[in-house]
Each structure stands twice: as C-alpha cells, then as structure tokens.
Ligand binder design. Sequence first.
Ligand code: IFM
Length: 467
Amino acid sequence: MSSTADDMERLMARAQELRVPRPFLFGAATAAYQIEGAPEADGKGESIWDRFSHMPGVISDAGTGDIACDHYHRWPEDIRLMRELGLGAYRFSLSWSRIQPYGAGKANEAGLDFYKRLIDGLAEAGILPFVTLYHWDLPQALQDKGGWYSRETSHRFADYAGLVSHALADRVAHWTTLNEPWTFCWSGHATGEDAPGLKDGACGGLAASHHALLAHGLAVPAIRAHGGSAEIGIVLDLNTVTPASDKADDMAAAKRFEDAQNRWFLDAVFKGRYPKAMLELCRDLLPEIRPGDNEIIAAPLDYLGVNIYRRSIMAHGREMPPLNFERVNPPGRYSAVNYEVWPQSIEDVLLYVHEQYAPEAIYISENGFATPAETVTSDGTIHDVRRAEYHVDHLDHMARAMRRGAPVKGYFAWTLMDNFEWAYGYSTPFGLVHVDFVTQERRIKFSGHVYAAIARNNSDDRVRKYA
Ligand code: IFM
C-alpha cells in the first residue's frame, strides 16, 4: 500500500474513533462573496468586494467573485452535498447589497427571496442555518459615504439587521452580527490587502474597528426586537499569542499584538471597555468614542464564535506602528496561506476565552486548512490527507478543551467547498468539497468523507430534532 493510502486508512480509523462530548453540532461555513457569484442578479447592488476584486494587481491570480461557485444558482446541489457530508448546521452570510442594494431603505424582495429559498431548502434537509449578517461585503454606496470610518454605517447596519431579522424571524434561530472584525478592519483599512483597500495604518484599523463594534452593539437589540428567542453572537478571529523570546522587547510586542487582535474585541464585547494599554498606546490615533458607546457594544450575547487557524509567535518589529510587532514562523508544517499547523492552538484559545471571558456558549465558527490547487486523482477523488489530518487533530484538541470545561456547542469546518479566497483568489483552496471552476462540478474530497464519518458518529437525536 502506498504511504498516502496508509495515511488515509489511519486517518479514517482515527475519525471513526473520535468522540466529542454531546450534544454537539457539526457544520461547515461559507461566505456570500466567496461562493455566490451572480453580482447583479435580481437587483443586487455593488459591494466593496465587487469593486475591489476588479482592481488590477490586488488578487494574486486576478480572480474575482463574479462567478465563484455559482451557488446563487446551484444551492440545491450544494444542500445535497451538505447532506452527504452529514452536516447538522450550515453557517453562511447574507450579502447586504442583495438585500439593500444601496445599504439603506426598503428591502429588495428578490434578494431576500433567494435567502428564503435557501433556508427553506436547509430546513427540508434537516440542516440548521447559522446566519452571518456581515462577512466583509459592505455595500459600495456606504463605502462612498465613508464606510466603516463613519458612525452612520453603524446605524445603517443596525437598520439592516432589524430588517433582515424581521423578514427571516420565522426561519432563523442563530444570528451572527460580524465575521472577524479584526481582519476586515485592519486588512481593509490599515494594510489595504482586503477591500476597500485603504492603507491608513493603525488609525484606519482603529476607526473601522470602533464603528464595526458599535454596529454590532446596535444590531443586537434590533435583532432581539424581531427575532423572538433567537440566539445572537459575534464571530472573532482569535489567536493565542506567545513572545518569540523572553527579551523585554519581544514580550511587550506580544502583549501589544494580543491586545490589538484579541482583547480590543473581547474586552469591548464582554467587559464593556477597551484595553487601557491600547487606549494609551494609540491615544493620538483613536476615533471619537462617545459616552455610551462602550455600553452599546457590550450588549449581552448568547454565544461567541471563534475562528481559529493558527497560533501567533510575536517579536518586536515594524508592522502596524505603534503595534510594532513581527510574526515569527518557527520551523514546522505550514498551509498554503503560510499558517503554521499547530492543533494545540484550538485547545489553548478555547480555554483562554472560557477562563477569561466566560461566554455562555462557544462555537468554533471556522477552522480549516489551505493547500495549493488540488488535482483529481485517477480514482476520481482528491487525496487531501493533510486537510483531513488538520480537522481530526483540531477536533481532538477541541474535545480536550471541552472536557476541561469550555462550553463548545458546535464546530464549523472552513469551508464547505473550494471558493474565492480573497486576495489569494482561487489558488489556495480550503474546501471539504472540490470545485472545478471551469465546469462547476463538485466532488467530495477525502477530508469530506473523514469529516462526514466524524459528524455521523457524534450526532444524536437531540441535535437532529433541534435541526
Ligand atoms: O476565507 C476566510 C474567511 O472568509 C474568513 N476567515 C478565514 C478564511 C480563510 O482565510
């Protein structure tokens, strides 16, 4: 037997044995711009990603989300795939500019209808929808008025949240306000790698972050007003941070990075204040923080979604002044987007949030592994052994954190199917399902079969009934 075949057999055996404390939901996640395509269908307005991905030189393979997985038209097939994968839940985002083409005013019913059809299809398949309101695709019309630099955008987001949660109240029981504010605020406004492509340094990252958090805080009561007993959360991309050495400079840099990526968001949402050290460090760069903002941002939540891909080892450096850090990549295994594979990180991050912030419930809302573009082998499958191993190892460590008290209720693999990976385009797939972007043919990968085995062995009647 070849070593790949040995590895596949060994991994499938581990998957069959893996047990997670129940009840537990197994799902997969996607985001609107990354899969839907159909940028102008049924009255959709332009988003900042529609605009940005067409700018020369910003996407490494010059890809765009114009077609992506054509999910807008192929969603029934995608739900069939979810069933084959044994998913109990599906986390996806709504495209704001499908629903409000210009980011304000009355709903575009045709846009809403798409999501109604999708959610009804999920219900028929017994799959629970977890709906994210914002996964980075701001309506371009709001960007033209200042985007996340403007408090007005926070209020428009609350209006949108109210409108959508009212329209979908009878269909959706789990809402997420924002996906990964650290990334879309800093990569979009400090470094410019993501839309809208602004390179305004820390000043941009901080202004966008405060207004995004304000938007979150304003949206929570707007959803509660319409959403009955629906559960509401936010999804943060968190890392555990270790200094590269015990030198004072490196230790201070690690602390600054942890304050910026984790505590800025966690302290604001769970403690109603920003970290004092950040406020002092960035005092000349902060946006206006009005009296009452902190209380709005700390609106009580039902769960925290944690996106985790890697750990962070930080040294003193020059990135994002005045944060002044430099990421250190130790020797080891890395994914195609240069993330170190370090499964202990999921256990560490879960215990970190559980012990320091005690959210009522936690979902791993994203976790996954990127490879270089994959090819179909002669037996018609994709032997993505390293991705399967990544999920099995991370689930193992997640289960350990649960046995130590972390209240984890579900895990969403990133991602259901290969899709548009932002600035990387289509060159670094993360999917459990392979997509041929010429024919749009879908094919479950080895990792998908492994994941399906785990999901089936760890689902129970309560979860199915709940779904
Ligand atoms: O593809 C992204 C997703 O949109 C947000 N979280 C990280 C993923 C992988 O980079």
